[in-house]
Design a protein around this ligand. Structure first.
Ligand code: NDP
Ligand code: MG
Length: 386
């Protein structure tokens, strides 16, 4: 029996995780769940899975959740970041799904690493912000890191069981998002609703905008660098609008191994939950004949400047990816609130990176200092444009 904490249970990945878990009550038990703003949804999840602990953002939310649960389930309600770190490290938990969005996911994911857990990592921002430090903690504490991001889960499945012998390149596929064919001149005026209407994947709003700018792929290149200990020069991005091939590994003998499947996050989630075994995920059979053409194209960096910014940040190293990530979070939030245009997201990030070169990132304090400085600069940039 695997005993789980699901961080970010109320989000898109969290809901898919509980969907897979509910199919296998003999295999998985939920010990703790966390949510942030969606208290009604978290209450329903607590009633369905009866976790020992539920964690919310603040004391007010905790009062509301306690009211909802009284007389229904004996779940203890806690709040705040320390409670998130605590449930990520509980002795009775062996597996932690890290599915909080953004920089807020870093501390609890790191707590799971330091407690030597099996970490199912959806929160790519953790590795973007502090890849070196995070991977050192994983190895120092004997934690197991399994990628949930569909591309990295695909790469994981296509990699040799041990080592990197014979691997030449990692090929990350990208759908190109909703604006792959939109005239570049029209991109300045696209709305958050258009940006969040992803052609293939149903995801949270932040990652949906990241997919539309292709910053998501940029963050994933950085994520792949750390997960697979592979330099930027050996990671390539290929546009594949159908999202059937989830990524590929190329070997020195010319073999290219791909993992395919319907675009449904329950596949990588089920893979990581059961690894090294395989379990049913609820995902439909892939009908390749119905999928028809599988198309592959090179990304256009004029259309997707965020992708280039991410590659440059990875090459710059140290705290630069943390600056990139924080500036992106602030710019995307402003875009979602109609305070910033779509094309200006990349401009704000570029200006923030120019203002803050060479940030150190050897310690967690330095990483959060780079994050805070970048948020401040990005906010000023956005303010100056208003
Ligand atoms: P959602 O926005 O759907 O969910 C985010 C979750 O995090 C929710 O449970 C939310 O709570 C919680 N949350 C938000 N802010 C905070 C905070 N400050 N502190 C604590 N909890 C918080 O995002 P997704 O599920 O789409 O994505 C989650 C992560 O997985 C991201 O890092 C994303 O990049 C990654 N990912 C997602 C994929 C997908 O298909 N969705 C694919 C690959 C990676 P509440 O909703 O209650 O406010
Ligand atoms: Mg992905």
């Amino acid at each position: 029996m695997r005993r789980l904490t699901v961080l970010g249970a109320t989000g898109s990945i969290g809901v898919s995780t509980l969907d897979v878990v509910a199919r296998h009550p003999d295999r998985f038990e939920i010990v703790a769940l966390s949510g942030h703003r969606q208290i009604d949804r978290l209450a329903e999840q607590c009633i369905a899975f009866a976790p020992r602990i539920a964690v919310v953002a603040d004391a007010d939310a905790a009062v509301v959740l306690r009211e909802r649960l009284t007389g229904r389930v004996p779940t203890e309600v806690m709040h705040g970041v320390e409670a998130l770190e605590m449930v990520a490290a509980l002795p009775e938990v062996d597996t932690v799904m890290a599915a909080i969005v953004g920089a807020a996911g870093l501390r609890p994911a790191l707590a799971a690493a330091r407690a030597g857990k099996r970490i199912l990592l959806a929160n790519k921002e953790s590795l973007v912000m502090s890849g070196d430090l995070f991977m050192r903690e994983v190895s120092a504490h004997g934690a197991t890191l399994l990628p949930i991001d569909s591309e990295h889960n695909a790469v994981f499945q296509c990699m040799p069981a041990k080592g990197r012998e014979g691997v030449r390149r990692i090929l990350l596929t990208a759908s190109g998002g909703p604006f792959r064919r939109t005239p570049i001149a029209d991109l300045a005026n696209v709305t958050p609703e258009q940006a969040c209407a992803h052609p293939n994947w149903d995801m949270g709003r932040k990652i949906s905008v990241d997919s539309a700018t292709m910053m998501n792929k940029g963050l994933e290149v950085i994520e792949a660098r750390w997960l697979f200990d592979t330099p930027a020069e050996r990671i390539d991005v290929v546009i594949h609008p159908q999202s059937i091939v989830h990524s590929m590994v190329e070997y020195v003998d010319g073999s290219v191994l791909a993992q395919m499947g319907n675009p449904d996050m329950r596949t990588p989630i089920a893979h990581a939950l059961a690894w090294p075994e395989r379990i049913e995920s609820g995902v439909g059979v892939l009908d390749l004949a119905a999928a028809a053409d599988l198309v592959f194209e090179r990304p256009d960096l004029d259309r997707f400047p965020c992708l280039k910014l991410a590659f440059d940040a990875l090459r710059a190293g140290a705290g630069t990816p943390a600056v990139l990530n924080a500036a992106n979070e602030v710019a995307v939030a402003a875009f979602l609130e109609h305070r910033l245009g779509f094309r200006a997201i990349a401009d704000v990030i570029a200006a923030t990176l120019d203002t803050l070169p060479d940030q150190p990132s050897s310690t967690l304090d330095e990483v959060f200092a780079a994050d805070a400085a970048a948020r401040e600069v990005a906010r000023r940039q956005i303010g100056a444009r208003a």
